[in-house]
Ligand binder design. Structure first.
Ligand SMILES: C[S@@+](CC[C@H](N)C(=O)[O-])C[C@H]1O[C@@H](n2cnc3c(N)ncnc32)[C@H](O)[C@@H]1O
Length: 203
């Protein structure tokens, strides 16, 4: 899918609140310690650049063909030394029968990104995310519920509350907010059914 309209619509956006809250949860536990992060479906890379500015090492992944230019825009050479940008689909990260291609991570962030693959790819990707989280590592991101209008798009996945509970089982849930309301998106008026999630693996 072509996300060009999305990037235009998002120009000048604020950092996503769920990301900010996840970083706060990390800092509340670890102070100024920085670690290794994965930003899945990183889009314009705003959250990746914030992590780089704070000293994190980041793997940013997105299928968009211009992801490298988007994410590296405005970064310093020192920041780029801590950055790996990978243009890849989620399916390429979890090839059939192959190992998950995610490094061990202290933070996995997936902002409005994980719903955009098939359910089968999602399950393997989620297993990879869980496996990549180091002890005390934080996951943050969104999943779409079945009432979300984007559920009608091809190759998307949705989850109901029971699914979300299953996916988070064994993690310390720091945020689980369900949003179910009419609103707007880059594609026009839209019904949003979103789970905003922050969860932490056992120390
Ligand atoms: C709604 S945007 C979110 C971008 C960013 N995280 C943000 O919060 O603005 C979804 C992003 O996921 C990427 N994406 C969509 N489907 C993908 C797939 N199957 N594999 C990898 N990236 C994908 C798109 O290119 C897009 O940048």
């Amino acid at each position: 899918m072509d996300w060009s309209d999305f990037y235009v619509h998002q120009a000048g956006r604020e950092v996503r609140p769920t990301f900010t809250a996840a970083l706060k949860a990390w800092r509340d536990a670890r102070g100024e310690q920085v670690g290794e992060a994965v930003d899945l479906g990183c889009g314009d890379g705003l959250e990746t650049r914030m992590l780089l500015a704070d000293g994190w090492r980041v793997l940013a992944v997105d299928a968009d063909q211009h992801v490298v230019e988007r994410v590296t825009a405005g970064t310093s050479e020192a920041e780029r030394e801590r950055l790996t940008v990978r243009q890849a689909t989620y399916a390429e990260l979890v090839p059939d029968g192959g190992p998950v291609e995610l490094p061990a991570a202290d933070l996995v962030y997936a902002g409005f990104a994980l719903p955009f693959c098939t359910s089968e790819v999602f399950e393997r990707l989620w297993a990879g995310i869980r496996a990549s989280l180091r002890p005390g590592g934080v996951f943050a991101g969104q999943l779409f519920g079945p009432k979300d209008d984007f559920a009608a798009w091809p190759d998307t996945n949705t989850h109901d509350r029971a699914d979300v509970d299953r996916l988070l089982s064994g993690l310390e849930v720091l945020r689980l907010d369900e949003e179910d309301k009419d609103g707007t998106s880059f594609a026009g008026p839209k019904h949003w059914h979103v789970f905003h999630l922050i969860a932490r693996s056992s120390p």
